[in-house]
Design a protein around this ligand. Structure first.
Ligand SMILES: Cc1cc2nc3c(=O)[nH]c(=O)nc-3n(C[C@H](O)[C@H](O)[C@H](O)COP(=O)(O)OP(=O)(O)OC[C@H]3O[C@@H](n4cnc5c(N)ncnc54)[C@H](O)[C@@H]3O)c2cc1C
Length: 404
C-alpha cells in the first residue's frame, strides 16, 4: 500500500538569534560601543571555535592570552594606573559579552581584573597601586583572589582559619585556600588572613611563584567552568613583607567592598551565559526538524524561548539601573546581592530550558548549550551563594540579620 510522504521543508529566511531584544547596546556612547564590539568579535572569532575542546580537556587556553592582552581591557571600570577606565556599565557589558560565548573566559577575566585588581585598587596604598596595577592592567601579571577555605565558605566573614602573624616588618601566613580561580598558574595571589593580634581580616599580595611555603594543587574533576583552573592553596610559614599587606584595609568590611563590585560583575556574566544558551537553543530550534517542521514552530518550544528572553531582558534592565546606581556611588551591598541572586538564578532557569530545547543533543558538549548549562551552576554558587545574597538583601530590608 502506498504511503503519502510529507515534504520536509523549512522556511528560507529566519531571523538571526538576538538576545539584546530591547537594543541595550545601542544606548551606549560610541567609545564604549566600540570596545563592546571588539570584545564580541574576539569572543566569536577566537574563543568560540576552540573553547569546547579546552572545556572537555579541563585546560586553560593560553593561546588566547596574547589576543586578550591586545583588547586592552585590563582594569575596565577602574581609573588610572594603566587601567582601562570606562565605568561600571562598560565593565558589565564586557563581562556579558564574554559570558555570551564562554563563562570560563569571563570568570578568568573577572577574577583577575575584578577580584584581584580591585582588591589592590581599593585596599592598596598609592605606592602599592603604582607598583602592582599597571602590569596587571597590561595582563603581564595575572592575579587571583584567595578568600574561601576548605572548611569555611559562606561563613568567611567571621570564620577564616588562615592566620597572619606579624614580627617586625614580616608577616607569617599559615593556612589553606580552596577553589581559587587562576591560582595554579597565575603570578599574584591576594590572600585574606586573620591577624592573630587583633583578630581582623587583612589582605596580602603574595607573589606565589617565588614565595617559599606557597603550594597550589589544581582541583580536578569539576563539572562546571572547566576551563578555569581552580586551586587548593596551602601556605606553610609563608613570609610576606609588611609592604605587601594591603595598607588601606583594616577588616572584613574592606573585603566586602571588593565583593560588592564583583557580585555586580557576576550578574552581567550570568546574563551573558543565559544569552549564549538562548541564542544557541534558538538556532537549534530553527534548524531541528521533527514531525516535518522546525521544532521552533511548535507552541511549547516558543513558550520556552519567550520565557528565556524575558529572563534575559529583565536581568539586562535591572543591571543597567544598577550600573546607574554604581556610577552615582549609591550601589549598596544589598543592591549588588539582589542582582547577583536574581541574574544567576534566572540564568540557571534559562540554561535548563535551552538544554531542554536541544533534547538529547543538549547534554553533549559539542552543541555549546551543555557547557552553558553546567557552567551556570558555578556562577550561581561562587562569590556568595544564592542563599547568602538573599540574606544580605533580607538583612537590609528587615533590619534583622539572619547570619551575623
Ligand atoms: C568554580 C568556583 C570558583 C570559585 N572561585 C573562587 C575564588 O576565585 N576565590 C575564592 O575565594 N573562592 C572561590 N570560590 C568559592 C565560592 O565562593 C564558595 O564555593 C561559595 O562562597 C560557597 O562556599 P562553600 O562552597 O564552602 O559552601 P558552604 O558555605 O558550605 O554552603 C553550602 C550550602 O549551605 C548554604 N548555607 C550556608 N550558610 C547558610 C546559612 N546561614 N543559611 C542558609 N543556607 C546557608 C549555602 O547557600 C550552600 O547552599 C569558587 C567556587 C567555585 C565553585
Amino acid at each position: 500500500m502506498a504511503t503519502a510522504t510529507k515534504e520536509i521543508k523549512k522556511p528560507a529566511e529566519l531571523p538571526a538569534p538576538n538576545s539584546d531584544f530591547y537594543g541595550l547596546v545601542e544606548t551606549l556612547p560610541a567609545d564604549d560601543l566600540a570596545v563592546v564590539k571588539q570584545v564580541r568579535t574576539f569572543m566569536e572569532t577566537k574563543v568560540a571555535p576552540i573553547i569546547t575542546k579546552y572545556w572537555i580537556e579541563d585546560a586553560f587556553p593560553f593561546e588566547l592570552l596574547p589576543g586578550l592582552k591586545e583588547l586592552n581591557i585590563g582594569g575596565v571600570g577602574l581609573e588610572g594606573y594603566g587601567c582601562k577606565g570606562g565605568g561600571g556599565l562598560l565593565a558589565g557589558l564586557v563581562a556579558m559579552e564574554m559570558g555570551r560565548i564562554d563563562a570560563s573566559i569571563s570568570t578568568f577575566f573577572g577574577v583577575h581584573s575584578g577580584l584581584a585588581m580591585s582588591s589592590i585598587y581599593y585596599g592598596g596604598s598609592e605606592e602599592q597601586k603604582q607598583k602592582w596595577l599597571p602590569p596587571m592592567a597590561r595582563m603581564e601579571k595575572i592575579g587571583c583572589f584567595g578568600l574561601t577555605e576548605p572548611l569555611v565558605g559562606s561563613g568567611a566573614s567571621g570564620g577564616l582559619t588562615t592566620t597572619a602573624k606579624r614580627e617586625g616588618d614580616t608577616w607569617t601566613i599559615n593556612g589553606q585556600k580552596k577553589w581559587i580561580g587562576n591560582s595554579p598558574w597565575c603570578d599574584i595571589s591576594i590572600i585574606w588572613a586573620r591577624d592573630l593580634a587583633d583578630n581582623q581580616v587583612k589582605g596580602f599580595i603574595v607573589e606565589n611563584k617565588t614565595t617559599p611555603g606557597f603550594k597550589v594543587e589544581k582541583i580536578q574533576n569539576k563539572i562546571a567552568l572547566k576551563v578555569v583552573q581552580n586551586g587548593l592553596i596551602t601556605m606553610e610559614n609563608c613570609r610576606i613583607p609588611e609592604e605587601n599587606r594591603l595598607q588601606v584595609d583594616t577588616s572584613f568590611r574592606d573585603t566586602a567592598k571588593v565583593l560588592r563590585g564583583t557580585r555586580y560583575f557576576v550578574g552581567w556574566e550570568a546574563t551573558g551565559c543565559a544569552m549564549g544558551a538562548y541564542e544557541n537553543a534558538l538556532k537549534y530550534a530553527q534548524e531541528r526538524l521533527q514531525f516535518g517542521k522546525p521544532i521552533g514552530s511548535f507552541q511549547l518550544i516558543q513558550d520556552l524561548l519567550s520565557r528565556m528572553l524575558a529572563n534575559i531582558t529583565a536581568a539586562q534592565c535591572l543591571l543597567v539601573r544598577l550600573a546607574q546606581l554604581e556610577a552615582e556611588g549609591k550601589m549598596t551591598d544589598a543592591h549588588a546581592a539582589l542582582s547577583k541572586a536574581f541574574c544567576t538564578s534566572k540564568c540557571r532557569e534559562s540554561v535548563a530550558w535551552a538544554r531542554e530545547i536541544c533534547g538529547g543533543n543538549g547534554i553533549a558538549a559539542d552543541y555549546n548549550v551543555g557547557r552553558f548549562f553546567a557552567d551556570s551552576e558555578a556562577l550561581y554558587t561562587y562569590e556568595g551563594t544564592f542563599q547568602m545574597q538573599n540574606m544580605i538583601v533580607g538583612k537590609a530590608v528587615t533590619g534583622l540579620s539572619a547570619f551575623l
